[in-house]
Design a protein around this ligand. Structure first.
Ligand code: MN
Length: 203
């Protein structure tokens, strides 16, 4: 039972002008596709072949680096695509229980955005910024490479609710070295409905 690359849930140009079509095409069709291919190769003939990607991440310390890098790559990008949308109605700000939890944990939605952006900006080299939940508590963190909060080796563990890819491949074509502009633009395309659903089933 091999892992497969799901199609993007929207068109490549759906996130323009915030995330450009060419970046989405290469990011999904080349980068994510390669993580899937390399993950399948790395787990061929092992017990991980019959496990969910979540369970593989949760016991990642048992597996070789190729599984950690490519399994994380597959999980992280799958979550990332589902966390983005072109629909203005669901962009902007969270509502309901998630909004309340964010205000309780970080003081305000703006303060949350500032701290999350900081996590992305201070990640040296390649990695991710995260909002995750563990035992009902929200946390912001960042991970290197394709690690994520699900992994048993993560410094801050939890169920990922929102992830931001800050690898250069996620923004370089359009923003070059200006990661700060990419992180600012990201807020225009966050699918808060998807994040809220994840929160409701995880907390
Ligand atoms: Mn990526």
């Amino acid at each position: 039972m091999a892992f497969t690359l799901a199609p993007l849930p929207y068109a490549f140009d759906a996130l323009e002008p915030h995330i450009d079509a060419r970046t989405m095409e290469i990011h999904h069709g080349k980068h994510h596709a390669a993580y899937v291919t390399n993950l399948n190769a790395a787990i061929a003939g092992t017990d991980a072949e019959n496990m969910s990607i979540e369970d593989i991440c949760k016991s990642i310390s048992k597996y070789p680096m190729a599984v950690r890098n490519n399994g994380g790559g597959h999980y992280n990008h799958s979550l990332f695509w589902e966390s983005l949308t072109s629909h203005a109605s669901s962009a902007g700000a969270p509502a309901g229980a998630l909004a309340e939890a964010i205000i309780a944990a970080f003081g305000s939605f703006d303060e949350f955005k500032t701290k999350f952006a900081q996590a992305g900006m201070t990640r040296f080299g390649s990695g991710w910024a995260w909002l995750s939940v563990a035992g009902g508590k929200l946390a912001i963190s960042s991970t290197a490479n394709q690690d994520n909060p699900l992994m048993d080796i993560a410094e801050v563990k939890g169920t990922p609710l929102l992830g931001l890819d800050v690898w250069e491949h996620a923004y370089y074509l359009h923003y070059q070295n200006r990661r700060v502009e990419y992180v600012a633009a990201f807020w225009n395309v966050v699918n808060w409905d998807a994040v809220a659903k994840r929160y409701a089933s995880a907390k």
